[in-house]
Design a protein around this ligand. Sequence first.
Ligand code: TXA
Ligand code: MG
Length: 413
Amino acid sequence: MASLTSATDTMHTEILKVDASSIHFEQPGAASSRLTISDPATEASLHRAVKILQTTAQPVAFPTETVYGLGASALDDAASRAIYTAKRRPADNPLIVHVSGLDQLQRVLHTELPAIYEPLVAHFWPGPLTVVLPAPHDPATGGSVVSPVCTHGQDTVAVRMPAHPVARALIALSDLPLAAPSANASTRPSPTTAQHVYADLQGRLPLIIDGGACDVGVESTVVDGTVSPPRLLRPGGISLEQIRAAGGPAWANVVVGKATAGKDEIVRTPGMKYKHYSPKAPVVLFNGCGNGVSAVSKFLQSHPPSITSSSDNNNNNNNNNDNINKPKIALLPTREFDTSEIETAITAAGFLVMIKSLGKSGAEISHNLFSALREMDEDQGCDMILVEGIDEANEGLAVMNRLTKAASTVITS
Ligand code: TXA
Ligand code: MG
């Protein structure tokens, strides 16, 4: 590829809306598939993005079924580097490479899928499952195919085939494997709408393709079958239970990696050693605290929130002047919290409270998690966010992994 130029200064960030339902792939599975786009405006917008991806080293943000991604060619050093610059990501945290199907994996990345992944890929591609593969070499030159910027020079590369029609179409139309981390500024909650991306990265990328809110809401599951026994490196949109059920004997004893690591520890998923998913307001996570009334009351007595400089609490609907100087607490209940009793207790303690249920089912809670954290932090200017945790079964493992990292304090019963 010709050498690409990257942007250095603040640029105008355009948002283009597309209609994802107008994009159709003939085949549902991981095989390559003919693509049709029935809406001309959507087609034109996708071609604008493809042109940027093919001819510049600037990244483009687009929806996937998990979270919005910030994508650029995984084959090009400058393009891959521009992703790190735009989101201020530490250089030693490698990127996931997104492919349009098994055909592109073979043809462009010169990679055969190791047999251990076959049952998983048959079940979950396209979808929120990322597999770690040996990093491919070009048979002609012997050089690495994927940019070493993207892999941080590791001998493995993480690959997934996204299910979202917009992501799939961009990869297929450009015929470029796209390196794409979540399109948030590093350390912030992952973005599940185009507006979240704009809030974090405005002026740092030329284009955001807006395909509406992401369905799953947490990132893909990362698994490593290059080691024995195979490991689950990051819980995500495909649950541990689903992997055990669909993966056959090789995945029956999959080992779950630990969620956090020390700063200097060498880990197989470098992403886990950094501050992550954090709103500006402190997040307090309540685990196994029943109806929550006594746990929340006790916590607020010993750790009363104060008004932060970033919030003036003037944007609450209540125009009562008395409220202007009161700290504002967000309450994000899930399954067992007695919301009205907790509201009474928080109000009696002299604080304002905003309540937003994350939902009851694992799918709802995953879907709402990052957007609720952002809404309470960025839109409502809350001074503290209290969240009710859930058990770690099924979607709960990914939800609790994100919440544990977002939280500055974890209260257990
Ligand atoms: O759902 C997703 O996976 C989203 C969307 C945009 O596709 N992407 C995403 O990327 O979450 P990112 O960069 O935010 O997270 C990538 C994770 C990190 O924890 C990173 O350390 C790990 O994957 N990773 C990347 N390459 C790896 C490798 N070769 N071996 C092990 N872990 C790897
Ligand atoms: Mg991320």
